[in-house]
Every structure is written in structure tokens, then in C-alpha cells.
Design a protein around this ligand. Structure first.
Ligand SMILES: Nc1ncnc2c1ncn2[C@@H]1O[C@H](COP(=O)(O)OP(=O)(O)OP(=O)(O)O)[C@@H](O)[C@H]1O
Length: 360
């Protein structure tokens, strides 16, 4: 039981996690308000492709969130952030791909939509805090708040939350951070929530079928980025239909016969070249990041930590040196495969997030 009754806005996606979050906070005696962001209109996708998908933000999900709010007997609001989502997440997603990077839109959605815009709406309702169903933990350590991994290693979402700032963490709750998904599903059944058996959401909610190339071409048109496939040695091996169709580490779909397996090792969007090489060319022992967000006071020199270079990567030992202009250099104890510009590099010490930035 928390000591003081709070007014808490719960970000409700219509999924199991945020529904349980709302139910638990209500059970603890807080004044809970449900809020769903409408961020993407699926009707055109569904009309064209004739399918619906279990994503985090379709209209069905708004309906589910409303039903859950009704069953919990809490006020419920839908906020329309479609334009913000288009500008802050989708346009940047497309810009990144067309500039030769592989973006991570979930981090941007958390950063701008959930923890700036939605948090502001919560403040307008005079709420004490905003709660989400993320699997991560925020703990207070003296004056500072620290971000820790979710206790369930299979669900930990701390990587997607590295941009959180101190003022945001002071206002954000992750009630599921200390639970496993099993426990959350058991709570959902106990609360009799009709979303208890709902499937997990997709990786990228606005590309429900996973065909991001089609999505990019619908957004930006096709054909403008075609060019050569070039071996690291400089030899031209073939041609391609658009640099945005490729990502570092990719092996399939190159359409080139070569005496060794070939991988994409770099994308030079300016010259419209896809650079390929053998396995060993994918290994790099250092990277640079920009827009670094430190969760600890910015170190004055190099620190030893562990670094994760994409969501499904187990963090590895690295030396991290802050650089001027909000940048940092990361040098790995052992070379890493497939360091990908546009992805986030997040620094950890044990289960604590020390900071993170965007790979250049
Ligand atoms: N459209 C939305 N409106 C409001 N909050 C959202 C929305 N989408 C996601 N969230 C919030 O962000 C959290 C993490 O989102 P994510 O897409 O990772 O969902 P998830 O882990 O599948 O959770 P859930 O089961 O609640 O959908 C959700 O638990 C919810 O609190």
C-alpha cells in the first residue's frame, strides 16, 4: 500500500500490461485516470491489405482500452497525437532510413509522445504522475532517480527508455517493473480483464506486417535511392533498388554470387551505395554516439561499463569516454558484430542504466 493517495494517469494501450497497471493502482487506492494516445490511423492499411493486426495503437485497441477503463470504473480519455506521431516518429523513421541509418522508433515514441506530450497532458489534469506498463524500474537514490532493468530479463524494456530525464523520472511510475509477464497475466486473470490473453504487440506498431520497405515507399516514393552494391575492396558487384532496403548485418536478398558469404557492412546514402563485405568486416571494436543522455552526473573521463548496441543484444564490457557536444566514444573489450548507425547504444552497470545515445 502506498502511503498517500495519488492522482495517477495511466497510459492505456488496450494491452495486458497497461490494463493491469491501471487495475493494480486502482486496487492500491489511487485515483486513476486512463488515457490512450491515438497515434496512427490503421483504417487505410486495413482497407488495402484486408487484415487487422494486434498492434499497440489500432482503433480496436482504443476500444479495448475504453472497455477496460469502464470495467475498472475509471475516467478515460483519448488524446489524438496523430500529427505529433507523424512528425516526431514516422518522419524521423523515414529520414533515418533514407540517410542510411536503421532507426529505432520505439525510443522516439517513448521520448516525445509518452514522456513529453502525454506527461504534459497528465500534468494538465493535475495528476501527480503518469504510469505505464513498461518493464523497467525507477528508484530514488538521494536526490537522483535511477533507471533499472525490469526484473523479468525476457521483458526488460530499459533499453527503450534511455532518454528519460530526471524531471520525467520524478513523475513516472512503472508498476510492473518488479514483475514477470507470468505474474502480470495472473493479475489480469484475477482482475477478470478481457485482454488477459491478448497477444504481445508488434515490434513497430505502424508497420504491422513488418514490410517496412513498402511502408517507406508509400511514405516517400520509390526509385530515388537506387545505385551500386560495392565490395569493401572497391569492386562493384551489382546494383540495388534503394539503399533504404538494406541494413547493416543483412545477408539475405543481396542477389550476388560470391565465393564467401557476403553481408551489408555499411550504407553510403549520399553516394547511393550499399557496401558489402565478408563476416570479418562486420566486426568493429568502437563506435561513437551523439545526443547522449546521462543518468549519472556526466563523468569527467573514461568509465568502465557494459554497453548494449541493439534491443536484442546482451550488453558487453566497454570503455565509455564522454566527448564535447553531447557525444561519447565507446570502445569494446571485444569487437562487436553489426554495429548499426541509427540504433541506440545504452550503457549499464549491473541492472542500472548509466546513459545512452544514438550510434553515428
Ligand atoms: N497508444 C497508446 N496510448 C497510451 N499508452 C500507450 C500506448 N501505446 C503504448 N502505451 C504505453 O506504453 C507502454 C509500453 O508500450 P509497448 O508498446 O511496449 O506495450 P506492451 O509492452 O505491449 O504493453 P501493453 O500490454 O500495455 O500494450 C504500455 O504498457 C502503455 O502504458
Amino acid at each position: 500500500m502506498l502511503e498517500r493517495k495519488k492522482r495517477i494517469v495511466v497510459a492505456m494501450s488496450g494491452g495486458v500490461d497497461s490494463s493491469v497497471t491501471a487495475a493494480l493502482l486502482k486496487e492500491q487506492g489511487h485515483e486513476v485516470i486512463g488515457m490512450t494516445m491515438q497515434i496512427w490511423d490503421y483504417s487505410s492499411f486495413t482497407a488495402e491489405h484486408g487484415e487487422t493486426f494486434g498492434t499497440c495503437c489500432s482503433l480496436d485497441d482504443v476500444y479495448d482500452a475504453r472497455r477496460v477503463a469502464e470495467s475498472l470504473d475509471i475516467p478515460f480519455y483519448v488524446v489524438n497525437f496523430e500529427k505529433d506521431f507523424q512528425r516526431e516518429v514516422i518522419d524521423r523513421f523515414c529520414d533515418d532510413y533514407f540517410a542510411g541509418r536503421t532507426p529505432n522508433p520505439c525510443v522516439l515514441c517513448n521520448q516525445v509522445l509518452k514522456f513529453e506530450l502525454l506527461l504534459r497532458r497528465a500534468r494538465e489534469l493535475e495528476a501527480d504522475c503518469l504510469a505505464t506498463g513498461h518493464y523497467a524500474r525507477i528508484e530514488q537514490d538521494g536526490e537522483r532517480h535511477c533507471l533499472r532493468k525490469g526484473l523479468d530479463p525476457a521483458k526488460d524494456q530499459s533499453y527503450f527508455l534511455f532518454t528519460l530525464t530526471q524531471p520525467q523520472m520524478a513523475r513516472v511510475l512503472f508498476p510492473l517493473g518488479g514483475m514477470t509477464k507470468e505474474e502480470v497475466r495472473a493479475h489480469a486473470a484475477r482482475f477478470n480483464l478481457r485482454v488477459a490473453e491478448k497477444a504481445e504487440s508488434q515490434d513497430i506498431c505502424f508497420v504491422p506486417d513488418g514490410d517496412y520497405v513498402r511502408f517507406l515507399e508509400e511514405e516517400r516514393g520509390a526509385g530515388a535511392m537506387n545505385g551500386e552494391i560495392v565490395h569493401v575492396s572497391g569492386q562493384v558487384l551489382g546494383s540495388h533498388q534503394g539503399t533504404y532496403r538494406y541494413t547493416v548485418g543483412q545477408r539475405r536478398g543481396l542477389g550476388i554470387g560470391w565465393h564467401q558469404p557476403l553481408f551489408v557492412v555499411g550504407i553510403d546514402a549520399e553516394n547511393r551505395q550499399v557496401v558489402v563485405g565478408e563476416q570479418e568486416h562486420l566486426q568493429r571494436s568502437e563506435l561513437s554516439v551523439h545526443q547522449v543522455n546521462w543518468h549519472i552526473p556526466e563523468p569527467s573521463g573514461a568509465i568502465e561499463a557494459r554497453c548494449r548496441i541493439r534491443y536484442r543484444h546482451s550488453e558487453v564490457p566497454a570503455t565509455i569516454t564522454p566527448l564535447p557536444g553531447g557525444r561519447a566514444r565507446v570502445v569494446f573489450a571485444q569487437a562487436q558484430r553489426g554495429i548499426t548507425p541509427g540504433q541506440a547504444a545504452v550503457f549499464y552497470q549491473g541492472d542500472q542504466v548509466l546513459g545512452g545515445g544514438w550510434i553515428e
